[in-house]
Design a protein. Structure first.
Length: 139
């Protein structure tokens, strides 16, 4: 017996339309990726933008206050770029195109897909380059 699968996710799936409407927006505050043990995750959850459990512990994405006590010179800060286009969770190719455009410029990225929007985390000091790469991708 074969069953047809249809998308019930909101948002678009047409790759050309998604890239044309990318509308990347930079969040003004840098973010940090934290890794904490499972037992310490609950304490940090209220501050988390994103949480992902792995066998070894919990990864959290949190705001980073540049004036706060946690500033460490060798800790990498990340810029969050939200893609304003509403993409479906089952859209194919958009994040691959975004990652490729950034990779062409030597910019590392950590994509996170949420229900309505995708987010790309790039090194804080490369945020303007990343926005430029994404602007050329959607042109």
């Amino acid at each position: 017996m074969t069953t047809a699968v249809t998308s019930t996710h909101p948002g678009g799936t047409d790759l050309h339309a998604l890239l044309a409407g990318l509308n990347p927006r930079l969040h003004p505050m840098p973010r940090r990726f934290l890794f904490v043990s499972h037992d310490k995750a609950a304490v940090r959850m209220q501050d988390a933008l994103m949480m992902f459990r792995e066998d070894e512990g919990v990864t959290l994405i949190v705001d980073h206050d540049l004036d706060g006590p946690e500033v460490v010179a060798d800790r990498l800060l990340w810029a969050q770029i939200t893609l304003g286009v509403e993409s479906s969770l089952d859209a194919v190719g958009m994040m691959a195109a975004v990652s490729a455009a950034l990779a062409t410029r030597g910019i590392s990225c950590n994509p996170v897909s949420a229900f309505l929007h995708d987010h790309v985390f790039v090194p804080w000091d490369r945020r303007e380059d990343a926005l430029d790469a994404l602007a050329h991708l959607s042109a």
